[in-house]
Design a protein around this ligand. Structure first.
Ligand SMILES: [Zn+2]
Length: 253
């Protein structure tokens, strides 16, 4: 376990005060490498809270540039970053917030060709892109490499989060939850979304990441959390492995 400096003990004091985190949990966060796929509305609070919490190494993956229409909800980007790649803008944000966090940027979309290289040596993957191909790809790779995965989605006035514990063979995967071909093709670009919706869902994703890294509480493994902001209704649904999931068939129980 790495020893914390006096500056770190001060900066992370409110984490360390929690018995479930303590100095050892903070040391784990500082030693952790998390890949964030999608540096937009959900990625913003994920990156904010993980950098603030002292997750030691963030790999940011996104091929978009900051556009004016992003600024209503993607709160780590600002007007001065218009036209800049989102990963570079996010790196600047993290460096201002917490300079001791190492940031690796990949201004590219996750593809079958690059996914192995981009996600190697990663302790956890968190994905909040509205690109389903990237989600399926990250799911398959994380399952194969036994990397825990946190996913979230938000649109309009609702959102959802689930986590996947691929260290254990029996865990269902993202494709069990959303079989290919049945995914909704809605996106924020066409359907709209309110900023606090992605802010809330992204914050829950960040919480899931911290919980999984420090083994705190019960992450949303095998559970889907949904939120309808119009009526402030939260629900949790249990789900298991889908019988014919092609992803899980390759790693049988
Ligand atoms: Zn599956």
């Amino acid at each position: 376990m790495i020893a914390l400096t006096d500056d770190q003990l001060l900066r992370y004091a409110r984490n360390i005060l929690l018995p479930e985190v303590d100095v050892s949990g903070q040391a784990t966060l500082l030693a952790s490498h998390v890949a964030v796929i999608g540096v937009g509305g959900l990625g913003s609070p994920v990156i904010q809270y993980l950098a603030a919490a002292g997750v030691g190494h963030l790999s940011l993956i996104d091929d978009d540039r900051v556009e004016a229409t992003n600024l209503q909800r993607q709160v780590i980007h600002d007007t001065s970053q218009l036209g800049v790649s989102k990963v570079a803008s996010a790196r600047d944000f993290v460096q201002r917030l917490n300079p001791e966090v190492r940031v690796t940027v990949h201004a590219q979309r996750l593809t079958p060709d690059n996914c192995m290289a981009l996600l190697q040596d990663v302790d956890l993957v968190v994905i909040g892109t509205d690109n389903f191909a990237s989600r399926y790809l990250a799911n398959a790779l994380c399952q194969q490499q036994q990397i825990p995965l946190v996913t979230g989605a938000a649109i309009g006035t609702s959102g959802q989060v689930s986590s996947f514990d691929f260290a254990h063979q029996a865990t269902p995967c993202f494709e069990c939850l959303y079989p290919k071909g049945q995914e909704e093709q809605l996106s924020c670009a066409t359907a709209g979304v309110l900023g606090p919706v992605v802010g809330t869902i992204g914050s829950i994703m960040a919480m899931e990441v911290i919980k999984i890294l420090v083994h705190l509480g019960q992450p949303l493994f095998g559970r889907l959390l949904t939120w309808d902001a119009r009526v402030m209704d939260w629900q949790t649904f249990n789900y298991g492995r889908a019988k014919n999931c092609p992803c899980c068939t390759e790693t049988p129980l």
